[in-house]
Design a protein around this ligand. Structure first.
Ligand SMILES: C[S@@+](CC[C@H](N)C(=O)[O-])C[C@H]1O[C@@H](n2cnc3c(N)ncnc32)[C@H](O)[C@@H]1O
Length: 524
């Protein structure tokens, strides 16, 4: 993975170089250093780099992670406390990128890195608006080298959103820019951050006003709540402005997580609670699901204590767990999970079979399917899980076996999980939705052929977008009159049941990720 990532960054550096203007040439220097670790750099040794105790390690690590996420397009996996793709030696990677070492991260620094990286990504549009407004001119901002921009974003986020002591933030970020780049970069950071501190003290940050026609208001909201304009316009149209604002505020909060006790391994929720108590991780029991526990903070402690690696519990949002309640797996049933990897729902369904029956897990992605297989083994449910590496559309054409239950957890925009997937809002494009809708229709048609007469087809997404949810089902029912809606009220609490008997979690209303499911029964 580290190798692939560095290769991708090397390519991006080469691309940058091909088209670089004098203004962006320094960009090449930075991307080259981030993308081309020195020979032998896979060894954990940092000894060749000088130790600099004056630079705060959380800022150095945050800046490098942000560069990698933005330049490499790496997924901002906030669960991975070591940084995606850097193996076990993130500090070595940081040293190679910046050209010096810092002291190692302590627990407090880890928490700060998670907070700063996630927050800086979420608030990117807002922060860039402020940085752009305080730069000398538009061109200075547009042609700013990536590392300098990340250092400024970190400083702005720390001052405006984390309310950290402003002059300490200025000093520390100036030092980082000087050492990692050059003295002139430090002077620039100093000038811009000091302007920001003054404006904040006078309560006069240069932010857009919510005024004018719909388009201007959408642009202003997109900056104020840091989302793409197309999302603001879509949500305002579907949910109204007030709800759209609440949704954006939810997306900008630090995410909370829930853990599922792995019953397949004989771990009960009471066992998990005991472990969390001994780790001093604050938690609450889920109201909706017997095996689930909710935590607001402390996920890192759970990860470090090895609870996930040892298969004691899995990180799974209650909204995903409730989709399994909609499936309602029963011992002895044959179930096929049509888009299964990395296996969150497959494994939960398998644990409900009490060793009787079978879940067949199909996915087009071999790597993700391998993760599913390994996790099934670790969770001790591999006796009731088989994996099939295939495109569902081709598999369905060539398969004559029918199943009691067919779950299609379709590829979707992920617009319901933006609080956990900090970078997703910037990677998703409006055009993706059209493509996804076509794919969802094709997969639904394919999945429907696998359902026994009298069997059930469950369609689910982690989206809140009506066009990916109820519209897909209504279109499907027009094409397939042999299916009828089976309302979900027998399977989930009434609060999650919406029009037509579909299941929907609303982040604003339920404080869960957004998700949707419909249960359809095939005529006998
Ligand atoms: C939303 S994710 C599934 C998440 C999974 N159900 C879980 O709970 O962990 C969608 C999955 O669909 C898979 N996929 C996309 N197109 C597919 C196709 N044509 N056939 C089979 N799987 C496909 C992707 O590889 C991806 O793993």
């Amino acid at each position: 993975m580290a190798h692939l990532l560095s290769l991708r960054l090397t390519l991006s550096a080469a691309e940058t170089n091909k088209t670089s203007s004098p203004n962006t040439r320094r960009t090449h220097k930075t991307t080259t250093s981030i993308s081309a670790p020195k020979r032998g750099s896979s060894s954990p040794s940092n000894k060749t780099h000088k130790l600099n105790l004056e630079i705060s390690p959380h800022r150095a690590v945050s800046a490098v992670r942000l560069m990698r996420i933005e330049l490499g397009g790496a997924f901002a996996d906030l669960l991975n406390e070591k940084g995606k793709g850097s193996g076990n030696n993130e500090m070595g990677y940081v040293a190679r990128t910046l050209g010096f070492r810092t002291r190692n991260l302590e627990d407090r620094d880890f928490r700060l890195v998670t907070n700063i990286v996630g927050g800086t990504i979420r608030w990117r549009r807002y922060l860039d608006h402020l940085i752009g407004s305080l730069c000398h001119d538009e061109k200075t901002f547009r042609s700013m080298e990536p590392l300098l921009l990340q250092i400024l974003r970190i400083g702005f986020y720390e001052i405006v959103k984390l309310n950290m002591p402003p002059y300490a933030v200025v000093d520390e970020n100036v030092r980082l820019a000087k050492v990692a780049l050059r003295p002139g970069a430090g002077s620039m950071v100093n000038g811009i951050l000091r302007k920001l501190v003054l404006l904040k003290e006078n309560n006069s940050l240069p932010l857009p006003k919510l005024e004018g026609d719909k388009r201007s208001q959408a642009r202003a909201l997109a900056t104020l709540y840091s989302h793409p304009v197309w999302m603001v316009r879509r949500w305002t149209r579907y949910f109204g402005q007030e709800e759209a604002i609440k949704l954006m505020m939810w997306n900008n909060r630090d995410p909370s997580f829930s853990l599922r006790a792995n019953k397949g391994r004989g771990v009960t929720r009471a066992d998990l609670v005991m472990q969390l108590n001994s780790l001093k991780v604050l938690h609450e029991l889920s109201f909706h699901l017997d095996d689930f526990v909710c935590i607001k903070t402390g996920l890192q402690i759970v990860v470090q204590a090895g609870l996930l690696k040892e298969g004691i519990c899995s990180v799974q949002d209650e909204s995903a767990g409730l989709v399994v309640s909609v499936v309602d797996p029963q011992p002895g049933e044959s179930i096929i999970d049509c888009c299964a990897a990395p296996g969150g729902k497959t494994l939960f369904m398998a644990s409900r079979l009490s060793g009787k029956g079978m879940v067949s897990a199909i996915d087009i992605n071999k790597g993700r399917l391998k993760i599913l297989r390994e996790t099934a083994k670790m969770h001790q449910v591999d006796g009731v899980v088989t994996t099939i590496h295939a495109d569902l559309r081709i598999f369905a054409e060539n398969n004559s076996v029918k199943f009691d239950k067919v779950l299609l957890d379709a590829p979707c925009s992920g617009l319901g999980v933006l609080s956990k997937r900090a970078d997703l809002r910037w990677n998703r494009k409006l055009e993706d939705l059209e493509q996804l809708k076509n794919l969802q229709d094709e997969l639904l048609d394919a999945a429907s052929t696998l359902v026994k007469p009298g069997g059930v087809l469950i369609y689910s997404t982690c989206s809140i977008d009506p066009e990916e949810n109820e519209e897909r089902i209504h279109a499907f029912l027009l094409r397939h009159p042999e299916f009828n809606i089976d309302p979900v009220d027998r399977y989930v609490p009434p609060d999650f049941v919406v029009k037509h008997g579909f299941y929907l979690t609303n982040p604003v209303k339920h404080s869960l990720d957004g998700s949707f499911a419909a249960r359809l029964v095939r005529a006998s």
